[in-house]
Write a protein that binds this ligand. Sequence first.
Ligand code: CP
Length: 309
Amino acid sequence: MKLSTNHLLGIKDLTPQDIRLILDTAQQFKEVLQRPVKKVPSLRDVTVVNLFFENSTRTRISFELAEKRLSADVLNFTSSASSVSKGETMLDTVNNILSMKVDMVVLRHSASGAPHFLAKHISAAIINAGDGINEHPTQALLDALSMEEALGGSLNGKKIAIIGDIMHSRVALSNIYLLTKLGAEVTVAGPPTLIPKYISEAFGVKVSYNIKETLQWCDIANVLRIQLERQNQPLFSSLREYNLAYGISRKLLESLGKKVVIMHPGPINRGVELDSDVADGHESIILQQVENGVAVRMAVLYLLANRES
Ligand code: CP
């Protein structure tokens, strides 16, 4: 089977069959990653550039490791150490890199739509590693793989809550597209100022402003970072008050009388959206998410390279 698309710009463009293919392929790569020799020759003679115009820890390292596990030749670009600081445009930067015979581009950019713009102007396969407040497709795919593992199978009919700064989160949008395509029930929860007004009508999700009720309803809570760097005016009174009203504490989890799996894409604001004893507690699968990121990114790289050949 092949993907229906030449790029991974967003989950919005994927079919449920594409998503299933990526998750099943990632499962196979997870088995490869358990072996003493973790490297396979699938992307030998393929050159990938990781273009990061915005900071990243998990996504950048995970893509680089995935590419190396697949035997690709890897180039790393960070805008702060490049000629972008001298005024060079993103398109000129990419065209210069591609003239050195690069086959695939992994792009993170603070501007929503940057990978879509690039896809109109270059022929190399593009993978969106997070664009502004639009999408973060590989995060949603690794989240889905982690959810399936935690729940022991299909997400169809499962109850998933996405909690926190929905307004500024590309992780939220990619998760909503993916989970609804796989038949999960989705509730977004948080303060009214951090939830877009028409999200229910536009995306078929429920909205809640009550965290305890949401936790009582869901099988899994995917808790999001408060993105202060994307807020140009205060949207809640203080981080302390946010933590008291919407943060997840051990006391709150223990008051539920049921187990809820806790996820977070990272980086975590400890003591704001998640207390430390929850982030590091037995309900948390946050580090499994990071582990699954390598296999998911291997699957995406492999399937897109295979589509080209
Ligand atoms: N989850 C995530 O995108 O983390 P980074 O910003 O560290 O890549």
